[in-house]
Design a protein around this ligand. Structure first.
Ligand SMILES: *Cc1c(COP(=O)(O)O)cnc(C)c1O
Length: 353
């Protein structure tokens, strides 16, 4: 027998290039500005008894806290293993392989495209316009057989927002045809841009949320799908039997207590101040062609001689996210907003080149 294990794998898995997460790419140094994490950590106490028992399928307590926090009904929420699992559950539950398509709007978060590829679903690409707004006409043209339109708002890695007017246009053209998924991973940095209030008007709207960014809990892997009951019921059919570890649920519940939400909002407020200061400092630097406006905790920056910038940062142990392979971002890097002193480290390197 000459069979190789790789030949046993599904064809599209054999060919796949897995998602290059910040941690998979790695790096060495002590200034981590590559994964849009919060630069500070809070500690939580957990009760580690009863680990012999399975957790609830969906924690009532966590759902109740989260629905209070965002202002929706409890039956509109599904707790997931990070927002990433929400992206995958939607494809699994709604898209028929080789028949259905999704729409993605690059430059954007890569997981939508990779999930589709994993499940053999066609990805129709509708590139953004030069100001990073959506090409609505192109979306309208390509909407046949599309089950899901993924829109990241605010968008990673460009940092811009899509107006509610444009989102409503997409909701209108997709009505009765496809789901519109708004990935609000960074919404705490622009909270008035949330689409939660549109849920009662549009049954095909789905919102993804996470505790990984503004809440500073990337390590616990906790996210939420927020939609209407019918969508939640369907996703509940495909999610794992016990999706969320008990200790994770406890930490997530604590993070949503009143005083911790205040603390999160404080952090967001001071990160935005740091971002605005960093933005104006970067604009003064040589080699900087453009700093893109951001409604998030990161900045997308276009440099001349980007290769040497990346190398100099690497030598000094400053880890950023290289975007130069991405469509439309040939000379760009993405920098997460760290502490003020981490941002100063960055500026020092750039100024010494
Ligand atoms: C970080 C990020 C996610 C992943 O969130 P998790 O909850 O950590 O899985 C999803 N979407 C976007 C746009 C992100 O930047």
């Amino acid at each position: 027998m000459n069979l190789k294990i790789i030949d046993l794998a599904r064809k599209n898995i054999r060919d796949i290039q897995p998602y290059q997460s910040a941690r998979r790419i790695g790096g060495s140094g002590d200034t981590w500005l590559n994964a849009n994490e919060l630069p500070i950590s809070t500690s939580f106490k957990i009760d580690i008894e009863n680990l012999n028992r399975y957790p609830q399928f969906q924690s009532k307590k966590l759902i109740s806290h989260y629905s209070d926090y965002i202002g929706c009904n409890e039956d509109q929420i599904l707790i997931t293993r990070g927002a990433d699992e929400g992206i995958e559950l939607l494809v699994k539950a709604f898209c028929e392989s080789k028949i259905d398509s999704i729409i993605t709007c690059p430059p954007t978060y890569d997981m939508y495209r990779i999930c589709a590829q994993l499940f053999g679903i066609n990805n129709k690409v509708c590139f953004r316009l030069s100001n990073w707004s959506l090409n609505i006409l192109d979306i309208k043209k390509k909407i046949n057989n599309v089950k899901i339109i993924y829109i990241c708002n605010p968008n990673n890695p460009t940092g811009n927002i899509i107006s509610i007017i444009d989102i409503e246009k997409i909701l209108e053209i997709s009505f009765g045809r496809s789901l519109v998924v708004i990935d609000e991973a960074y919404i705490e940095f622009f909270s008035k841009g949330s689409c939660v209030s549109l849920l009662s008007k549009y049954k095909h709207l789905v919102i993804l949320r996470t505790l990984s960014k503004a809440f500073g809990l990337a390590s616990i892997r906790c996210g939420f799908v927020v939609s209407n009951l019918e969508v939640i019921k369907i996703l509940s059919k495909v999610i794992a039997p016990y999706p969320l570890p008990g200790p994770v649920e406890q930490i997530a519940v604590s993070s949503l207590k009143k005083e911790n939400i205040f603390f999160m909002k404080d952090c967001v407020h001071s990160l935005i101040k740091t971002r605005n200061w960093f933005f104006s400092e970067l604009k003064k630097c040589g080699f900087v062609i453009k700093v893109f406006n951001s409604y998030t905790n990161f900045l997308l920056v276009k440099f001349s001689c980007v290769e040497s910038i990346i190398n100099s940062l690497k030598k000094k142990g400053i880890i950023i996210r290289d975007q130069t392979e991405k469509y439309g971002l040939q000379e760009c890097i993405r920098i997460s907003i760290g502490t003020r002193s981490e941002c100063l480290n960055f500026l020092k390197v750039i100024k010494n080149i």
